[in-house]
Ligand binder design. Structure first.
Ligand SMILES: Cc1cc2nc3c(=O)[nH]c(=O)nc-3n(C[C@H](O)[C@H](O)[C@H](O)COP(=O)(O)OP(=O)(O)OC[C@H]3O[C@@H](n4cnc5c(N)ncnc54)[C@H](O)[C@@H]3O)c2cc1C
Length: 363
């Protein structure tokens, strides 16, 4: 089977890798090369018990987190590269009584759903993370969470995909149509035809109509800082009400993130950087002395119900969607790839596809 994937972000590349591993002939096209969209700005947190704002999203996130060990070790082995991936947990912190009460409720709900989470008081929190601000009065420790360093993951994913025969090229898709019994992707450089096409163009997916149907995905900008200290200030990801801090092993520290409805504007702004510097320092005061390395911005692909769109198009045979992953594309990429690959290659429908069906948006 010959498959074209439109979009070389973490989702498109993971799908390409999985399909090629299953024996498909895969070509990925991207308007600007791999990993240049939202993926580039991602913090790489793997935290479904914090980000799972609905039962369906929680279910998908937990399922994808369960794939991560295997996914990273397969990609690293095929690429012959190492990927920084740690499951050191997250600490979700509270600085006010109200936040502490909300954490307690969240901890109870998690315990009832069978997840492991431990509520810590201020003294215990500082035993775990001495660099945290002294006004932190409680925290929820969620051990299964973690992070992956997204730049390293993308480099490895591209190499692993290529090692499985995937071809990557730069081309801008304009439209998808059916021509002579095949699916055709019209690009500025000409038309490419395949047995199947997977639309994985993140926030830009709606601009590539499938005949008349356009995926209702809108861009939500997020800005993120990359700072550096001589040593990691924390041993796990820390979440506060206004932001989060991700410590890498080499002293790199990510501080995120803003949530802005500004259309297709990928700029970093002075206001965004200022707010993130303040939030980071409020959580970890030592960040005031950090070296400023970079600020990045990305457009999270959001849908109206905050769930991705994954599965077969009901309006055009041979077209599949893998888009709309909003705040969790890195977390959800491995399971998205498994679901899409099984659907295309084995005609097997995982039950979770019911949660993310394209036809809920008439696609
Ligand atoms: C600040 C920030 C922090 C985040 N933190 C996390 C996190 O901690 N954990 C997590 O799981 N998620 C996080 N996310 C969300 C995550 O980054 C996204 O959900 C994910 O990157 C989406 O991946 P994607 O491959 O669908 O889209 P993208 O990475 O945006 O890739 C889409 C690709 O399509 C290409 N494209 C666009 N138009 C065309 C066209 N016409 N033809 C061909 N190609 C085209 C683009 O060039 C791009 O490369 C974060 C996002 C942001 C912005």
């Amino acid at each position: 089977m010959h498959v074209i994937i439109v979009g070389a972000g973490v989702v498109g590349c993971a799908v390409a890798y999985e399909l090629a591993s299953g024996g498909a002939t895969v070509r990925v096209i991207d308007a600007r090369g791999s990993g240049q969209g939202a993926t580039r700005a991602s913090a790489g947190m793997l935290a479904p018990y914090i980000e799972g704002h609905s039962t369906a999203l929680l279910q998908l996130g937990v399922r994808s987190l369960a794939e991560y060990d295997r996914f990273v070790s397969r990609v690293a082995a095929d690429a012959q590269r190492s990927i920084e991936y740690r499951r050191t947990g997250t600490l979700q912190v509270a600085r006010t009584d109200e936040e502490a009460r909300a954490l307690e409720r969240h901890g109870r709900a998690l315990a009832e759903s069978g997840a492991t989470a431990t509520l810590l008081d201020g003294r215990e929190v500082r035993r775990y993370e001495p660099a945290l601000a002294t006004n932190v009065r409680a925290a929820l420790l969620i051990p299964p969470h973690g992070y992956v360093r997204v730049g390293a993951l993308m480099d490895a994913l591209v190499d692993a995909a290529v090692s499985r025969g995937v071809q990557l090229s730069v081309a801008r898709a304009q439209r998808i149509a059916r021509v002579n019994g095949r699916v055709a992707v019209e690009t500025a450089e000409g038309t490419l035809a395949a047995d199947a096409v997977v639309l994985a163009a993140g926030s830009w997916s709606g601009g590539i109509p499938v005949d008349a149907a356009a995926a209702p995905v809108r861009p939500v900008r997020g800005q993120l800082l990359q700072l550096r200290l001589p040593r990691p200030p924390l041993s796990r990801v820390v979440w506060g009400s206004g932001g989060y801090v991700v410590p890498w092993e080499d002293g790199g520290v990510l501080v995120g993130s803003t949530v802005e409805e500004v259309g297709f504007d990928e700029s970093v702004t002075a206001e965004g950087v200022r707010r993130l510097l303040e939030r980071g320092e409020r959580l970890v005061p030592a960040l005031g002395a950090a070296v400023f390395e970079e600020a990045r911005a990305g457009l999270r692909p959001a849908t109206s119900d905050e769930l991705p769109i994954i599965g077969a198009s009901t309006t055009m045979r041979g077209v599949f969607y893998a888009t709309g992953h909003y705040r969790n594309g890195v977390l959800l990429a491995p399971f998205t790839a498994v679901m899409v690959a099984e659907l295309l290659l084995g005609d097997r429908e995982r039950p979770e596809l019911e949660l993310v069906r394209p036809d809920r948006f008439g696609l």
